[in-house]
Structures are given as C-alpha cells and as structure tokens.
Design a protein around this ligand. Structure first.
Ligand SMILES: *[C@@H]1O[C@H](CO)[C@@H](O)[C@H](O)[C@H]1NC(C)=O
Ligand SMILES: *[C@@H]1O[C@H](CO)[C@@H](O)[C@H](O)[C@H]1NC(C)=O
Ligand SMILES: *[C@@H]1O[C@H](CO)[C@@H](O)[C@H](O)[C@H]1NC(C)=O
Ligand SMILES: *[C@@H]1O[C@H](CO)[C@@H](O)[C@H](O)[C@H]1NC(C)=O
Ligand SMILES: *[C@@H]1O[C@H](CO)[C@@H](O)[C@H](O)[C@H]1NC(C)=O
Ligand SMILES: *[C@@H]1O[C@H](CO)[C@@H](O)[C@H](O)[C@H]1NC(C)=O
Ligand SMILES: *[C@@H]1O[C@H](CO)[C@@H](O)[C@H](O)[C@H]1NC(C)=O
Ligand SMILES: *[C@@H]1O[C@H](CO)[C@@H](O)[C@H](O)[C@H]1NC(C)=O
Length: 740
C-alpha cells in the first residue's frame, strides 16, 4: 500500500510526489479517492502528533470520514482536516501530502512549535490553511505560491521571523492573508501586487518596515487593510482612492508621514479609519466629510495642523472622533454638536480655541468627551448629558468660564468629571454625591465659591476628590472622609473653616488628605491615625492647635506628614521619627517645645522642617542647654537644598513606582514633586494610571493571550475606543481594541 511504501522510502515518495505536485498545482488535481490509504495516512499523521488531551483517541474504527476533524467529499475522499483547539503539538508529517483531495487544513489554536512543517505549504490542492495561534517560529517556508487554489491563509499569532513569503504573490486566488501578530520583518513584497482577489490583508503587529508599495493600492477587491503596529514609513499613497470596496483601514502606530491623501475621501463604504500614532502631518482633508459610511475616525497622535474641517459634520454615522495629540487649532466646528450618533469625542492636547458647540450632547448619545489641554473658552454646554449616557467629562487645562451646569448633577452615568484648571465659577452643584457611579471629581484651580455641599459626603463611589485652589468658604462636611471608597481628598488653598473632620467611618481607602492653606482650626483628630492606608497627610498653613496626636507614630503607611505653619504645641511624640513609612516630615513654624527625639527620620531631618519652633532643641538642633543658640542661617540654607533634592528624588521615584504598579496615586506626593522638582511638562496631568501595557507587546499578545484581552476589557468604561487623558505616549495600545 502507499502508506507502507512511504514508511519504507519516504524520501523517494516525496520526490515522486513533488513531481506530481507541479502538475497538481497547475490546477489539474483530481486524484481518485483511495479511501483505505487515506485512513492509514490519517493514522500515520496522528502517530507523529502529540495529543495530550487524547482528542484523536476515537480515530481508528472505520469509516474515517466520521473521525473527529476529518471532512470528506461525497466520494469519501478527505477534503479537510479541522483540528482547531485540541492542544496538539508534535510534527505534521509528510503523510498529509498523500491526501490528494485535501483542500482545507485548520490547526488553529494548538500548541505546535518550531518551524512550520514544509508539508503544510506543499499541499497542491489547498484552498485554506489556518495555522493561527500556535507557537510556530523561524522563517516562513516558501511553497504556498504554488498552491494555485489557495484562498484563505492565516498564520496570525505565531512567532515567525524574517521576510514575508514573497512567493505567496503567485497564489492569485488568495482572498484572505492574515499574518498578524508575529515578528516578520522587511518590506511588503511587491509580488503581493498580483493578489487581485485579496479582500483581507492583515499584517499588523509585526516588525515590517519600508514604504507601503504602490501596487498594494491597485488591489481593488480589498475590504480590510490591517497593517498597523509595524514600522512602515513614507506616505499613504493617493492611489488608496481606488480601493472602492475598502471598509476597514487600520494603519495605526508606525512611522507613516506626509499628508492624508484627499483621495481617501472617495471610499463609499469605508467605515473605519485608524491612522493614530504615526507622523502624519498637514491638514485633515475636508474630503473626509464625504465618507458617508464612516463610523470610527481616529487620527490621534500625529502631527496634523490646521483646523478641524467643518465637513466632518456631514458624517452622519460617526460614532467616534479621536483627534487628540495633534497640533490642531481653530474652533471645534458647531456641526460636531449635531452628529446624531456621536458617542466619543476626544480632542485633547491640541491648540483649539473658542467655545464648544452649545448643542454638544443634547441630541447625541455622547459617552465620553475629552477636550482637555487646549485653549477652549466659553461655557460648559448644559446638555452634555442629554441622552443620559455620559461617563467621562474631561475639560481640564482650558479656559472654560461660567458655572458647572446643574444638569450634570443628575447625570447618573457619570464616572469621571475632570474640570480642573479652568475659570469656572459659581457653586459646586449639589447632588453630585448622589451620582452612584461617580469615581473622580476634579474641580481644582477654578474660581468656585460658596460651600462644599454636604451631600457630597453621601457618595458611595467617589475615590478622588480635588477641590483645591478655589474660593470655597465653609466648614468641611463632617462625614466627607468617611466615604467608603475615598482614596484622595484635597481641598487645599480655599477659605475653609472649622475643624478637620473627625467622623472617619473606618476610612478604609483614604490614602491622601490635603487640606493645606485654609483657615481650619481646632485640634488634629487623633482618629486619623486609624486610617491604615493614609500615606500623605498635609495640613500645613492652617490654624490647627493642640498637640501632634501620638498615634501618628504608628501609622503603617504614612510617608508624608506636613503640619507646618499651624499653632501646634507640646512635644514631638517621642517615636514619631520611627514611624514605619515616614519619608518626609515637617512641623516647622508651630509652637512645639522640648527635645527633638533622635530616632529614625528625625535623626537626619533638615532643621528647616523644625524651624520656627523656638521651644524645640536637641537632635539636629542645638542641644537643649539653658539658652540654646539658634542654628546659623548658612547651615540652614545648605541643608535645606540637600534635603529638598533628596526628597524630590525619593518622591519622584515613589511616584513612578506607583504609576507603574497601578496603585493609587497620592496627590500629596504629586504636590510635593511639583514643589521640589522643577516640573511642569507632560506628566503633570498623569494623575491616573490605566495599567496599560506597551503597545507592540500588547498587540502581539492580543492575538494569543486571551487574558491580556480580558484584562483590557475590565478597564472598559465606555465600551468604545477611549484613550485616556494621561499623555500621548502609549495610548495606542488601548484603542486598537474596543477598550479603555
Ligand atoms: C497542552 O500541550 C502542552 C504541550 O504538549 C502541554 O504542556 C499542556 O499541558 C497541554 N495542556 C493541557 C490543558 O493539557
Ligand atoms: C486568523 O486567525 C485568528 C486567530 O485564530 C482570528 O482571530 C482571525 O480572525 C483570523 N483571520 C481572519 C481573517 O479570519
Ligand atoms: C511566481 O511564478 C512565476 C511563474 O509563474 C515564477 O517565475 C516566479 O519565480 C514565482 N515567484 C515566486 C516568488 O515564487
Ligand atoms: C521587533 O521589534 C521589536 C520592537 O520594535 C524589537 O524589540 C524586536 O527585537 C524586533 N524583533 C525582531 C525579530 O526583529
Ligand atoms: C466631496 O467633497 C467635496 C468637498 O467637500 C464636494 O465638493 C464633493 O461634491 C463631494 N463629493 C461627493 C461625491 O460627495
Ligand atoms: C443611552 O442611554 C439610554 C438610557 O439612558 C439607553 O437606553 C441607550 O441605549 C443609551 N445609548 C447608547 C448608544 O448607549
Ligand atoms: C506657645 O506655647 C506656650 C506654652 O507652651 C504658650 O505660653 C504660648 O502662648 C504659645 N505661643 C503661641 C504663639 O501660641
Ligand atoms: C501633546 O502632544 C504632543 C505632540 O503629539 C506630545 O509631544 C506631548 O507629549 C503631548 N502632551 C501630553 C500632555 O500628552
């Protein structure tokens, strides 16, 4: 029989076979079915596979056409092997070449590794080859170019290196070419310009480089081009205007340059355009307004200039418009407020001016609006939450004026309100505390006046509240620190009166409290020491009196304690310097007395952090003699500088660690970093962490690692492509998936 001959002399068999295959590949394959031999060959194939789960255990008893994964035609000849997801590994032997009617081999999602068996690219009758999601590595062997009927080829999610197989350009029946998520390098072979029937081109997430070959844009059958996350350079050819069937275009993350060709606007069925994360310059062509099927447009993180063309307002199906991190200027076109399906609008980090369209959100299912870091002015549109779907309202670093619309206080979908550093005035709306999903409320650096509404303390969801640098004048709501989810509360630089709230209700999550620069009086509640997570406590520049609570010395997480410029009296608690996590302590300018305990941090503390307490002595200060002389001014100055630099670095490092680890970021530390390190710049607004992974790494993972996907989906707030306001670097990984 064929099988036994083959096992005796496999190389002879192969030789014969290859001579035959030349004929077959020319399209004349029609061997008579030799079913007995087929069964034997299947068993030979199984014998060289490693089947840890015993999935192919049932192979053996006739008829073989009923065996798992085996497909036959009506004459009993094997036409398909579908062995997807069986955790198979081992080798695919040349026996597969004996199956003379085989048109489909699907090995998707197994545990194969090593080089791709040459047999798999030598099956002349093949129409479909899917080896995706395995661990195949090495160079991709030549051979598929001789498979004249090959229509679907998928090797995504493997570890192939080296050039793309150029001979594939001879497989002119090819409709699907998917090699995403590997390590292919080099350029796109010119030979691919012969793939006239190609509908799907997936090259994303490899190490491909060079210019996009013009011939690619002659392939008018193309419906999907997904070639991002590579290192392609050069322009997007104007010939792209010929791809009349193109629905999906993803060239995100790469080195593409030059302007967006206006010809792109000629594609009638195009619904998705992702060009983010390149170096594309010039203006956004107004012709894009002609893309009547467009649903997603993401041109973010490029070098686009000029204004947002008003023509974009013609895009009646547009759901997502991401233009952040460019150099756009001018107004946000009024028509953007009329786009009937708009859910996500992200324009942050540009130089846009003028007001937002007043109709924005009123008749739109708006979910996420981020226009932060521009020069926008005028009022916050009142109807932003018109459809009740708004989760993110990100307006910081602009010049918005007027009150915060009270309509927002009934917008129960809200998760984030970040409106710091504007010129908003009026009161903080009441009822924000009743928004049961609201997580962040950032209103710092505005001109807000009046009270902090009591009902804010009713919240069961807020984790971050920053009301600093306004003109708020009231007592703090007594229960504000007992919001169970609260991690950071800052209200520095207002005119707050009364005491530090002592209803702490467990303060389970509280890690940063900054009430500095107010008019708070009374004693510091000792109960704060029960806040186990509290890492940063900043109460400087108030009128707090009484003693430093002794239990502060045993707070497990406390690393920054600033009580300077108050009216505190009594002694420094003897073990305060040994507080386990303490890195920065200042009690300067109070009325403390007695010896400075020479323990822990207090042994090396800068005298500056003790200054202005005439009654303190000993330790780093002059000894406690009858009339201790003051430390000389020059010593003070020198140690001050040293200390600040050291603290600056320590804090900078811990901030970086916190960001990297996805932990809560402590506002106190950020404030200190700003104070000590000549900062400013991009990172200033990176107050939150999104746990994003590096873009290419993620892209690769995403083809194989379901957990990576699940993890990203967990972050999903909007269910759409939302990239958050953390700075432009590394935002790409997020919006490739439906996620944030
Ligand atoms: C899948 O196969 C690999 C390699 O053969 C083996 O290490 C692993 O345990 C298998 N997984 C399961 C779930 O059996
Ligand atoms: C290729 O295979 C991957 C993984 O199995 C799959 O997600 C992808 O959709 C396939 N490509 C095409 C074009 O069907
Ligand atoms: C493609 O086929 C032609 C003949 O049809 C042959 O000359 C050429 O070498 C093949 N190209 C590749 C890359 O195999
Ligand atoms: C592919 O590119 C990545 C990142 O650009 C790089 O780290 C890696 O070494 C490259 N791998 C190969 C095989 O070229
Ligand atoms: C495309 O847009 C231009 C300018 O916006 C317009 O003049 C032209 O009529 C549009 N063409 C089509 C086919 O809609
Ligand atoms: C918007 O919210 C409403 C309920 O408030 C819901 O019925 C609708 O489906 C949402 N629309 C979108 C696009 O999510
Ligand atoms: C400082 O404390 C002493 C008692 O320790 C008290 O006599 C004095 O009035 C206090 N000074 C101020 C300015 O509060
Ligand atoms: C803003 O965009 C520019 C250019 O894209 C970039 O260099 C800069 O880092 C971005 N700034 C922030 C805060 O993301």
């Amino acid at each position: 029989s064929m099988a036994s001959e083959e096992s005796k002399a496999p190389s002879f068999f192969l030789l014969v076979f290859f001579s035959l295959s030349l004929v077959c590949c020319a399209g004349a394959s029609n061997g008579a079915a030799a079913t007995g031999d087929d069964a034997a060959m299947l068993l030979a194939i199984r014998a060289s596979l490693v089947d840890t789960l015993g999935e192919l255990r049932g192979w053996g008893s006739a008829p073989h056409c009923g065996w798992k994964g085996v497909r036959c035609d009506d004459r009993g000849a094997i036409t398909g092997l579908d062995l997807a997801g069986l955790n198979l590994s081992g080798a695919v032997p040349d026996d597969v070449l004996g199956l003379s009617a085989l048109t489909s081999v699907v090995l998707r999602g197994n545990a194969f590794a090593g080089e791709l068996p040459a047999a798999l690219v030598s099956i002349p009758t093949l129409r479909e080859l899917d080896v995706s999601d395995n661990g195949f590595a090495g160079r991709f062997p030549a051979g598929l170019g001789s498979c004249a009927s090959l229509a679907h080829f998928n090797s995504s999610g493997n570890n192939f290196v080296g050039p793309l197989p150029a001979d594939l350009g001879n497989a002119t029946e090819l409709e699907t070419l998917d090699v995403r998520g590997g390590f292919f390098s080099g350029t796109i072979p010119e030979s691919y310009g012969r793939l006239r029937k190609l509908k799907f081109l997936g090259l994303a997430g490899n190490n491909l480089s060079g210019a996009l070959p013009a011939v690619l844009f002659e392939l008018t059958a193309l419906e999907q081009i997904i070639i991002g996350y590579n290192e392609f350079t050069g322009p997007i050819p104007a010939a792209i205007g010929k791809l009349k069937n193109l629905r999906y275009l993803d060239m995100a993350i790469g080195g593409l340059e030059g302007p967006i060709p206006p010809e792109l606007g000629r594609l009638p069925v195009l619904d998705t355009v992702f060009l983010y994360g390149n170096n594309i310059g010039g203006e956004i062509p107004k012709e894009l307004g002609n893309l009547s099927s467009l649903v997603m447009l993401d041109l973010s993180e490029n070098a686009l200039t000029g204004a947002i063309p008003p023509e974009l307002a013609q895009l009646a199906h547009l759901l997502l418009l991401n233009l952040m991190c460019n150099r756009l200027k001018g107004d946000v076109p009024a028509g953007v407020g009329e786009l009937p399906r708009l859910e996500v609008l992200q324009l942050w980090n540009n130089s846009l001016t003028g007001p937002l369209p007043l109709s924005l959100g009123a008749a739109q299912p708006l979910q996420w609006l981020d226009v932060s870091t521009n020069a926008l002015s005028g009022p916050v549109p009142a109807g932003l939450c018109g459809s009740g779907n708004l989760t993110g309202l990100i307006l910081f670093n602009n010049a918005f004026t007027g009150p915060i619309p009270t309509s927002l206080a009934t917008c129960s979908s809200l998760v984030r309100v970040r409106a710091h550093n504007n010129r908003l005035n009026g009161a903080v709306p009441t009822a924000l505390g009743r928004l049961h999903r609201l997580d962040r409320l950032e209103l710092a650096g505005n001109g807000l006046s009046g009270e902090i509404p009591d009902d804010l303390a009713l919240s069961t969801s807020l984790s971050f509240i920053d009301l600093s640098r306004n003109r708020l004048r009231s007592a703090l709501p007594p229960r504000i620190l007992s919001i169970p989810t609260l991690q950071t509360f800052a209200a520095a630089g207002n005119e707050l009166t009364g005491g530090v709230p002592d209803e702490l209700g467990g303060c389970r999550a509280l890690s940063a409290l900054d009430l500095s620069g107010n008019r708070l009086s009374g004693a510091i509640p000792a109960g704060l020491a029960s806040c186990q997570q509290l890492a940063s406590l900043i109460l400087r520049r108030n009128s707090l009196a009484g003693e430093i609570p002794r239990p502060f010395a045993t707070m497990p997480a406390l690393s920054v304690l600033d009580l300077s410029n108050n009216l505190l009296s009594g002694e420094i608690p003897s073990n305060l310097g040994s507080s386990p996590a303490l890195e920065m302590l200042s009690v300067a300018h109070n009325n403390l007395t007695g010896p400075v305990p020479a323990t822990g941090l207090l042994r090396t503390i800068s005298p500056n952090d003790l200054a202005g307490n005439p009654g303190l002595c000993g330790g780093v200060l002059p000894p406690c003699t009858a009339s201790a002389p003051r430390a000389s001014a020059s010593i003070l100055r020198r140690s001050h500088v040293k200390h600040n630099v050291a603290v600056g670095w320590a804090i900078r490092i811990s901030v970086a660690l916190l960001v990297a680890c996805g932990g809560a970021l402590f506002l106190g530390l950020v404030l200190y970093r700003r104070r000590y390190v000549n900062g400013g710049g991009c990172c200033d607004d990176a107050v939150e962490d999104d746990g994003r992974s590096s873009s290419t790494a993620f892209q690769r993972l995403s083809f194989t690692d379901a957990q990576a996907l699940a993890c990203v989906k967990e972050d999903n707030i909007v269910g759409q492509q939302v990239k958050q306001e953390v700075g432009c670097d590394g935002i790409g990984a997020q919006n490739h998936k439906e996620s944030t």
